[in-house]
Design a binder for this molecule. Structure first.
Ligand SMILES: [Zn+2]
Length: 294
């Protein structure tokens, strides 16, 4: 099959009274087998085809919410601090026109500068979600990309990211979060929390133990930024779980709860890693959850 067209740099819609923008912060290619865990290749390659290195094309979609209290940015892509070799291994293509990344390009297209963002929420601190929290300056130092923002992540995730082991270390780079901490910009939270009116974080463990998803509710409309609990629309079926997850059976139960409610209440789901589908609603067709495009 041929890949569906990649999503544009910026896609805009409303959720209740807010304008929200999906910003494609870059492409990434990961091993298809690792992305689909125990699902056999003949099944997953019908959904997303593999390249000659068995990698599948993914995106790194961030969300900007025009909230009354200020601009809220959810996840920040891979940033500009890693080497060319690293970018080759992970197939990262996120260079921006002005030397930073596509995220900044997307923001600029919306008339938004880095200092205009008031709140950054990270689902978790893996490099492809929090890499753009900081940027490399010409002198080599890493500084906060959004110097006027508060940054929110689960306290448990911060602890997990700063106490790695052989299995978890490859995804956590201190330069993505320690400069935020030392600048005094980090606001760790524990458990579910409304961060600003209508914008809540909810624990969705499994990919990592303290992963969180972000729920947006405005004028009766609800959207859920899933993060890595359902990274692409192809991951909607309950057992389609990434091999990267540290607690796959916890992911299964998180998805079971979350998708039931999302389908019943017709939440708009936002897919962070889908290269082409920014959002949609989940329906159960009697066998599995599947995407109903809206
Ligand atoms: Zn990810």
């Amino acid at each position: 099959m041929t890949s569906p067209a990649a999503s544009p740099l910026v896609q805009t819609r409303t959720i209740g009274r807010w304008r929200v923008h999906a910003i494609q912060a870059g492409g990434q290619k990961l091993d298809g087998g690792a992305m689909f865990g125990v699902v056999p290749k003949p099944l997953w390659e019908r959904r997303i085809p593999a390249d000659e290195r068995n990698r599948i094309q993914l995106g790194m979609r961030c969300l900007l919410v025009e909230h009354e209290s200020g601009l809220v940015l959810i996840d920040t892509g891979a940033g500009n601090k890693e080497s060319a070799k690293f970018h080759d291994i992970y197939g990262i293509e996120n260079a921006g026109a002005a030397g930073v990344t596509q995220l900044e390009d997307g923001l600029r297209q919306l008339g938004v500068g880095p200092s205009d963002v008031g709140l950054v929420i990270n689902t978790h601190l893996h490099f492809d979600h929090a890499g753009g929290n900081t940027r490399r300056e010409e002198d080599g130092t890493a500084t906060p990309s959004f110097p006027s923002a508060r940054y929110v992540v689960q306290q448990g995730e911060f602890d997990y990211a700063t106490h790695t082991n052989e299995r978890t270390a490859a995804s956590y780079f201190p330069h993505n979060f320690e400069p935020i901490m030392s600048a005094g910009l980090l606001d760790p939270v524990s458990g579910p929390r409304e961060i600003v009116a209508g914008v809540s974080v909810i624990p969705t463990p499994g990919h990592v133990p303290f992963h969180q998803s972000i729920r947006l509710e405005s004028d009766g409309e609800v959207a859920l930024y899933l993060g890595d609990i359902v990274p692409t629309a192809a991951h909607l079926p309950l057992p389609w779980i990434m091999g990267y997850d540290v607690e796959p059976l916890v992911t299964l139960e998180t998805k079971r709860q979350l998708l039931k409610r999302a389908a019943e209440e017709e939440w708009l789901l936002v897919f962070e890693h889908d290269a082409s589908v920014s959002w949609g609603r989940a329906v159960h067709d009697g066998k599995a959850y599947t995407l109903a495009l809206t």
